[in-house]
Design a protein around this ligand. Structure first.
Ligand SMILES: Nc1nc2c(c(=O)[nH]1)N[C@@H](CN(C=O)c1ccc(C(=O)N[C@@H](CCC(=O)O)C(=O)O)cc1)CN2
Length: 296
């Protein structure tokens, strides 16, 4: 049976380190990291995630500001708010919760955030830095950055020569995940809906990352014995008793019989996303003060 990777515990460890370093930054330099989180509309899941982010920021000792805007907010008003936050010296990180309502161009919104405050790592400047290996000043998207920490906890820091397969090619998870694994000297394949014989491709992976958004798609016989399986999917499905439950993109019951280590859903990658947002905000405050980048 595979080792279950406890994302909640590892996220707590990361948050504890962030809190300790934030406390020191405040004491030594009188700089309090500041995070502004913006939500537009009333998507229930987004409301939960944003509330968790604001709460966690407070726990870390950060200045935590939440802007809750109505669903019919104009793009111009949202861009004006971001411009104000870009100019606000007490704010080191700006996060706009996705998805945004359909009348707002998410791309334009993301590109309006100052790259040095883009703690989501979605701005072209940060994407370019990640792809080119400019990791001193890059912000890496929180979900892949958190997934890398989980992988390193299981396999150690040296992933050199391992075969990695990332299933999914989104800008938020799949592509940055592939860049991180490549940066760690893995041999990386990005698989997707048009990949031929996806099960066979997945079976080549020492590290298998599933980020497709399809409930329990990755079956046990897609997993190489002993592989590390990172399940990024968070899918709510209906159960026969009329309730709902969360499942990942991996069929956990099958895969845990084959894998060496595997993340559960919930309690795997999800908590790391919020922990890495705290880490990125701390990094932003350090870099703004001209200090050496803290590593996690
Ligand atoms: N601007 C952003 N928007 C979105 C991001 C993001 O990184 N930046 N990611 C996702 C949602 N997300 C954070 O925003 C997120 C998703 C899930 C979790 C999490 O902890 N999940 C729990 C289960 C929660 C539940 O019970 O529903 C888990 O997996 O254990 C945290 C953050 C989309 N939008």
């Amino acid at each position: 049976m595979a080792q279950r990777i406890d994302g909640r515990q590892i996220a707590e460890d990361v948050v504890a380190q962030v809190k300790e370093r934030a406390t020191k930054l405040i004491a030594d330099k009188n700089i309090q990291p500041g995070l502004a989180v913006i939500i537009v509309g009333v998507d229930p899941a987004s409301q939960v995630y944003v509330a968790s982010k604001s709460k966690k920021a407070k726990e870390c000792g950060f200045k935590s500001v939440q802007h809750t805007l109505p669903a019919d907010t104009s793009e111009a008003d949202l861009l004006a708010l971001i411009a104000n936050l870009n100019a606000d010296k007490s704010i080191h990180g700006i996060l706009v919760q996705l998805p945004l309502p359909g009348h707002i161009d998410s791309g334009r919104v993301i590109q309006t955030i100052a790259p040095e405050k883009d703690v989501d790592g979605f701005h072209f400047v940060n994407v370019g830095k990640l792809v080119t290996g400019e990791t001193e000043t890059a912000f890496v998207p929180c979900t892949p950055a958190g997934s890398m920490i989980l992988i390193e906890r299981v396999r150690g820091k040296d992933l050199s020569g391992l075969t990695a397969v990332v299933v999914g090619r989104s800008n938020i998870v799949g592509k940055p995940m592939a860049s991180l694994l490549l940066g760690a000297n893995c041999t990386v394949t990005v698989a997707h809906s048009r990949t031929k014989d996806l099960p066979a491709v997945c079976r080549t992976a020492d590290i298998l990352v599933a980020a497709v958004g399809r409930p329990e798609m990755v079956k046990g016989d897609w997993v190489k014995p002993g592989a590390t399986v990172i399940d990024v999917g968070i899918n709510r499905i209906s159960t026969p008793d009329g309730k709902t439950r969360l499942v990942g993109d991996v069929d956990f019951a099958e895969a845990e019989k084959v894998a060496g280590a595997i993340t559960p859903v919930p309690g795997g990658v999800g908590p790391m996303t919020i922990a890495l947002l705290m880490a990125n905000t701390l990094v932003s405050a350090y870099l703004a003060a001209g200090l050496e980048r803290p590593r996690f």
